[in-house]
Design a binder for this molecule. Structure first.
Ligand code: FAD
Length: 399
């Protein structure tokens, strides 16, 4: 195991830093730094800049127009992008559907859909979860019935992230209710402009519109939009989830968030001294820093294994649990550092209106971030589910 960057990786890191300094629009970086909501244009603009450099589809093979970065390069990008306040890359087309189509899609599907993910023609969202089918995903009920050269889809998806921006949704649908749950699921690509598709907003604890319900009433979907074979969708769904979980540790984002807490605690006074010098606060910051160093090292270890051809399994679950706990701890520290300034988590502070709360440290979005990041221990497979996976593998001697 080699935890140091190679000379080539150090050159890559420099190249990346130059790129981020020169190409990342300052107004977008400022929104990210302030924890403000990014609109669709911001996200599409950043995607287009990365795509022009050939760095948007970082994990895709070159044959499909990807950058084909190694796991270490992707790790370097995560850390540098977060340090420069770059927006996160919207994962649904690039990290989730793309790899599924490359492995299981037909040549026609690959030729049609993959370039449209890269150039931003399509914005995809993920239609997996339903009310009553989250952790127990295989119990999903949204059904697709074959009618000639179409499927007719009826049912509901929920928690659909950024579905309000999407024109396409990849869905798990039930195509056979008479067999074992996992064996009657198919993977379908649905145009959200088809009659019968309705998107309804869900407003989260932070007051923001990030997730949605998506309803389907007699929605006609061409059979050519079925990925792979009918009733084999569970295999494709699981393959997608391994891609979703990799990177959920969020080392780069946590490092950037902790740096922001320290800035806040240096500027904020407590009994005549910077808060960062308060022994209780400093001890919590130190504990988070120690945990983060340990996580960053584990992350590098896993990345290094992946570079040597190993597949992260159990480790991805461990990173997801630890990463989300750490991030929530950092959000809590920020909330405490901002003190009363964090109290009114006015949506204006998040959306960037002029009348933000007049505090010297611009702590307006702190509470919103605190509330929003409760999601980290729920989505991508909740922490309880991940702990279950870790326990099962460990007890069976597979660790
Ligand atoms: C902000 C946000 C964005 C999301 N975006 C998307 C999206 O874009 N697309 C999509 O398809 N889904 C999305 N999800 C859904 C997400 O994947 C589910 O919320 C998650 O899988 C948990 O399912 P659930 O909410 O139905 O909770 P449940 O499965 O009902 O779980 C409730 C509680 O019980 C615990 N629990 C359940 N089963 C077990 C078990 N076997 N052992 C121990 N504990 C258990 C869970 O950990 C949880 O604490 C999103 C969720 C959130 C919060």
């Amino acid at each position: 195991m080699d935890l140091k960057y190679s000379p080539e990786e150090l050159v890559f890191q420099d190249e990346l830093r130059d790129f981020l300094r020169s190409e990342l629009p300052a107004e977008i970086a400022e929104k990210v730094r302030m924890g403000r909501d990014l609109d669709k244009d911001d996200m599409e603009r950043w995607h287009a800049i990365l795509n022009a450099r050939g760095w948007l589809a970082q994990n895709w093979p070159k044959a499909f127009g990807g950058a084909e970065w190694s796991a270490v390069q992707r790790h370097i990008y995560d850390v540098e992008a977060a340090a420069h306040n770059a927006p996160r890359i919207v994962p649904f087309g690039l990290s989730m559907l793309g790899p599924v189509l490359q492995k299981f899609g037909s040549k026609e599907q690959q030729d049609h859909w993959l370039p449209r993910i890269l150039d931003g023609t399509d914005w995809w969202c993920q239609g997996y979860s339903e009310p009553g089918a989250g952790s127990d995903l295989a119990s999903l009920k949204c059904k697709a019935e074959r009618d000639g050269d179409h499927y007719v889809v009826n049912g509901q998806k929920t928690w659909t992230t950024l579905g309000q921006h999407a024109n396409m949704i990849f869905c798990l649908v039930r195509t056979d209710a008479s067999v074992k749950q996992q064996e009657g699921i198919s993977f379908l690509l649905i145009d959200m402009e088809t009659p019968g598709v309705e998107v309804r907003p869900i407003i989260l604890l932070d007051g923001c519109h990030e997730v949605n319900e998506v309803w389907f009433t007699d929605v006609k979907v061409p059979v050519s939009n079925l990925v792979g074979e009918e009733n084999k969708g569970w295999t494709y769904a699981k393959y997608l989830l391994t891609h979703e979980r990799t990177g959920l540790g969020g080392v780069g984002a946590s490092q950037a968030a902790l740096a922001a807490v320290k800035r806040l605690a240096r500027a904020e006074n407590h009994n005549g001294k910077p808060l960062l010098q308060n022994p209780h606060f400093a001890a919590r910051v130190a504990q988070v820093e120690i945990d983060m160093l340990a996580m960053a090292t584990s992350n590098l270890r896993i990345v290094s294994q992946a570079a040597a051809g190993g597949a992260p399994g159990l480790e991805a679950s461990m990173l997801k649990v630890k990463g989300s706990i750490l991030r929530q701890e950092i959000n809590d520290l920020a909330r405490r550092a901002a003190g009363p300034y964090a109290m009114p988590f006015a949506s204006e502070a998040v959306e960037g209106a002029n009348d933000v709360i007049p505090d010297p440290n611009q702590a307006g979005p702190v509470a919103a971030q605190y509330f929003n990041n409760r999601k980290l221990s729920i989505f991508g497979g909740s922490n309880e589910i991940q702990r279950g996976i870790i326990a099962k593998v460990t007890m069976s001697g597979g660790a």
